[in-house]
Design a protein around this ligand. Structure first.
Ligand code: HEC
Length: 153
């Protein structure tokens, strides 16, 4: 009798713990979705800040802006944990991000490389190189969206 109820208690506790873990994962997924969307909404503004500062001759500000952008891309690259898909919240992230993880990583690596190149360019004095680096950073969007971003919901 004691044994049976003890087992039942353990079973109930296990279900409760699993439920709590599930709820906190759902919150985490919602937070990660919100932060990757916020980066996407601000990314063009962030690369413009680099060009604007460089055009004004303020290379200190340009460098800082490039670093902010690069930090954003690095964080963005970590913001697609398994399960942060449309089952977890309102997201345009396609299932292919996880089913074709290699392809998604290739797109992400292109963005990271372009962003790292922009940081490097802001350390130099070559204005054309900087302008090219900005336009490369702005050129990584479409191919990733074509394969990995779904339609507006
Ligand atoms: C490596 C892939 C990748 C790259 C590169 C990329 N995006 Fe995205 N973008 C996505 C994905 C995936 C979503 C959907 C995110 C979601 O809804 O969770 C998205 C969503 C967006 C959104 C909609 C955000 C929202 O609030 O719903 C905008 C705007 C956007 N991207 C702009 C850009 C711009 C501008 C660039 C280039 C400078 C860019 N993206 C580069 C993958 C990418």
């Amino acid at each position: 009798m004691f044994k049976t109820s003890r087992i039942a208690e353990i079973a109930i506790a296990t279900v409760l713990i699993a439920g709590i873990a599930g709820a906190s994962f759902a919150q985490d997924a919602a937070a990660v979705i919100a932060s990757r969307q916020a980066f996407m909404q601000g990314v063009t503004r962030m690369s413009s800040a680099v060009s604007t500062a460089a055009a004004a001759g303020d290379m200190t500000a340009a460098k800082a802006a490039a670093k902010t952008l690069d930090d954003g891309w690095k964080a963005f690259a970590t913001q697609f944990p398994a399960g942060s898909d449309s089952a977890a919240g309102k997201t345009r992230a396609k299932a292919e991000i996880w089913s074709n993880a290699t392809g998604f990583k290739a797109e992400m690596d292109k963005a990271l490389a372009a962003s790292a190149a922009l940081v490097a360019a802001t350390n130099g004095t070559d204005k054309d190189a900087m302008a090219n680096a900005v336009s490369n950073v702005n050129g990584v969007c479409v191919s990733c969206h074509n394969d990995f971003r779904g339609p507006r919901g």
